[in-house]
Design a protein around this ligand. Structure first.
Ligand code: SF4
Length: 414
């Protein structure tokens, strides 16, 4: 079916989360013409319109709303109007240093209910306008897409990276062209996405891949995963992340199963059985996955990334926040918890405590570096985690991560 574009005036745009106060998110579109069979945007929680993959609602006032948000935060467009430095801007426009606030957050344009470079973007250029504003205000950005249209904005992404930080990730799931067209019918080809990673890397812009979802019985073959990792190594991808397929009950699952029924009838019953538990987050039934000897997408991806010498996880960029050490420490703790739980399947209850401690430090309003031992003990953090926090703060390392060979790949030094 042909795409229909409906231009709408959004009332709100920027989304924030108390659990992640140094990120902002937004969806520039509702609906996505890429029309991936597994799209989470079709799940009931997003309350999207029925023809999600055909009618695209474009928030044409998004640039104004974004700029209003930044101005309310006390930010100034110091890269605009020919100024190249903050001092220049302040001298000519404000005459007051007190008016300026440093951006304390990073803009993630990942889109839960849209791809920022889907076909409607070609003409409407909402993503491009947002990036121009991000550049003007010195906002660091992370982008995720399934389209090589991202290369159109290489010029502005490069400028953002030169002045603050930019990273562009591409979702890559299936090397076989038929499978990719069955499952992600209107997205760029896998080859084009991988080539786009190469072009961003050649332009010295951080770029890597999300192999999400690894689709059971289709994308989880050794051939598919080995080929993707080999290609990512070839184009010098900076990082890779892998994750499994979730199918939330009702619409999300129904849409996916319809595509499987039409294109892969021989695996239809197995797939249906795998997701027969109908749990709200959409994970497959672990017992059935075990019976079918399905691989574990995260741990498999971790080991393949090691084999192909690609970072597993995106190194974190920390914006210019007040208590940087809090976020650095939180990043280490989150990584330890993740590795314990998802990769090495060890000490699951302790893993949870590490992740909770990381979440606590993300939001902590005082400087962990200046806290005494007794103050540290009073934080709502498990005692099992405190020695690791001390080790990171005092010795600048984590023995656990060093043992796993992971310590040096967590953060950008930029
Ligand atoms: S590109 Fe993303 S948002 Fe668009 S249909 Fe595919 S999964 Fe959904």
């Amino acid at each position: 079916m042909n795409m229909k574009v409906e231009k709408i005036q959004a009332k709100t745009l920027v989304r924030t989360s108390n659990r992640s106060p140094h990120h902002i998110h937004m969806n520039l579109y509702q609906g996505c013409y890429h029309n991936c069979a597994y799209c989470n945007g079709t799940s009931d929680n997003y309350h999207m319109h029925d023809d999600f993959g055909v009618t695209i609602k474009a928030k044409i006032n998004a640039p104004e709303l974004f700029e209003e948000y930044l101005v309310k935060k006390g930010l100034v467009p110091f890269n605009r109007n020919g100024t190249t430095t903050l001092d220049e801007f302040i001298e000519s426009k404000n005459n007051s240093l007190t008016k300026y606030q440093t951006p304390k957050f990073l803009l993630s344009l990942f889109g839960n209910v849209c791809d920022i470079y889907q076909p409607a973007e070609e003409e409407l250029q909402l993503t491009r306008q947002l990036l121009l504003i991000a550049y003007d205000y010195g906002i660091p950005v992370r982008l995720l897409t399934k389209s090589d249209l991202a290369l159109r904005d290489l010029d502005i992404i490069k400028k953002i990276h030169e002045t603050s930080f930019a990273r562009v990730a591409f979702t890559v799931t299936l090397m076989n062209e038929n499978d990719q067209k069955n499952i992600e019918p209107n997205a760029s080809s896998t080859f084009s996405r991988i080539q786009a990673i190469k072009e961003f890397r050649n332009a010295s812009i951080p770029s890597g891949a999300y192999i999400t979802p690894v689709i059971p019985f289709i994308g989880d073959t050794e051939e598919n995963l080995e080929n993707i990792f080999a290609e990512l190594h070839r184009v010098n991808a900076e990082f890779v992340i892998t994750g499994g397929l979730t199918l939330k009950p009702r619409r999300n699952k129904d849409v996916f199963m319809q595509v499987i029924h039409e294109n892969y009838p021989s695996i239809f019953n197995k797939m249906l059985e795998l997701y027969s538990n109908n749990i709200s987050y959409g994970q497959p039934d672990p017992e059935i996955a075990h019976n079918y000897q399905l691989l574990k997408p995260v741990s498999e991806g971790y080991h393949l990334a090691k084999k192909h010498r690609i970072n597993f996880f995106e190194p974190r960029y920390i914006p210019n926040v007040k208590f940087r050490k809090n976020l650095e420490t939180a990043t280490y703790l989150a990584r330890i918890g993740f590795l314990m739980r998802e990769v090495f399947f060890e000490r699951i209850s302790i893993a949870h405590q590490f992740r909770q401690a990381a979440a606590e430090l993300e939001c902590l309003e005082s400087d962990i570096l200046k806290m005494s031992d007794s103050q540290l003990q009073k934080l709502p953090i498990s005692q099992a985690v405190i020695p690791t926090i001390r080790e990171i703060l005092v010795e600048g390392k984590s023995t656990y991560l060093e043992d796993k060979g992971d310590f040096g790949e967590l953060l950008y030094s930029k």
